[in-house]
Design a protein around this ligand. Structure first.
Ligand code: ZN
Length: 220
C-alpha cells in the first residue's frame, strides 16, 4: 500500500485502531474500555483470525457485530491438551489445588498457560486449553482510526507505540512476549500447539491476572 496516504478503509497493511467489547455466552470478558483502543497491523495475524477477517472494507467510525466461531477464535477445545504431570516436577511454592492457573515454560522458553484441573497422589492434571477454547466470540467493534504504518512497522509486521516498541539497545524483535495480559485477544497462536513430549522440563509460575508474576523456577 501507499504508506504516504491516510487509508480510507481497512485493507492489508493498514494500522487499525478499534474500540471493542468481547462477550462470551453473554458475559463481557474483554473490552477496550479498560485499556483504550486496540491498535494492530491488519493482515499480519496480530489479532485473532476471525476478527481480522471481518474487518476488511470497514471505514473510520463504522461499527460491526462480529461473531467468531471457536475454530477462528481461540480454537476448539482439545481433549489432548489435558496433561498429567508428576507432582515432583512442581516447586514447593506452587499451591497444588484445582483452579490454580500457571504459566508453564518449556525448555525453549515458550510460555503456555495452564490450569490445574484435578490431582491424584502422584500427579497433577493440567489443562493447557485456552480459557476461551471452544467458545464463540461475540465482538462489537467500532473502527476508531485508520492510519498508514511506518516503514519500520510494516517491516516488522506489527505496530509500535503503546509500550510495544523497541527501546534503545533492544536486540530482539518484539514477539508475543506479553501475550495474555491486557492485549489478551491479540495473540492466539501460542495456544494452538502443545508440545506433547512427556520428558520435557517445565518451569512453573503462578499466573496472576494483575501480571505480577512471582518467579518460581523449577531448577531440576
Ligand atoms: Zn517491531
Amino acid at each position: 500500500m501507499d504508506t504516504s496516504k491516510k487509508p480510507s478503509e481497512v485493507v492489508d497493511d493498514v494500522v487499525v485502531s478499534i474500540e471493542y467489547t468481547l462477550r462470551v455466552e453473554g458475559e463481557i470478558v474483554d473490552s477496550s474500555d479498560e485499556d483504550g483502543p486496540l491498535e494492530f497491523l491488519q493482515g499480519h495475524g496480530n489479532v485473532i483470525k476471525g476478527l481480522e477477517a471481518a474487518l476488511y472494507g470497514l471505514k473510520e467510525g463504522e461499527k460491526k457485530h462480529i461473531s467468531v466461531p471457536a475454530a477462528d477464535g481461540y480454537g476448539e477445545y482439545d481433549a489432548e491438551a489435558i496433561v498429567d504431570v508428576p507432582r515432583s516436577e512442581f516447586p514447593p511454592e506452587i499451591p497444588l489445588k484445582p483452579e490454580v492457573e500457571l504459566e508453564v515454560s518449556d525448555e525453549d522458553g515458550d510460555v503456555q498457560f495452564a490450569k490445574i484441573v484435578s490431582l491424584t497422589k502422584s500427579h497433577v492434571k493440567l489443562d493447557f486449553n485456552h480459557p476461551l477454547a471452544g467458545k464463540t466470540l461475540e465482538f462489537d467493534v467500532t473502527i476508531n482510526e485508520l492510519r498508514a504504518p511506518s516503514p519500520e512497522e510494516l517491516d516488522h509486521g506489527h505496530v509500535h507505540g503503546h509500550g510495544h516498541g523497541h527501546g534503545p539497545g533492544d536486540k530482539f524483535d518484539y514477539e508475543d512476549d506479553d501475550e495474555f495480559d491486557d492485549d489478551e485477544l491479540v495473540y492466539e497462536d501460542e495456544f494452538d500447539e502443545l508440545d506433547e513430549e512427556d520428558d520435557e522440563e517445565f518451569e512453573f509460575e503462578i499466573y496472576d491476572e494483575d501480571d505480577e508474576l512471582d518467579e518460581m523456577d523449577d531448577d531440576d
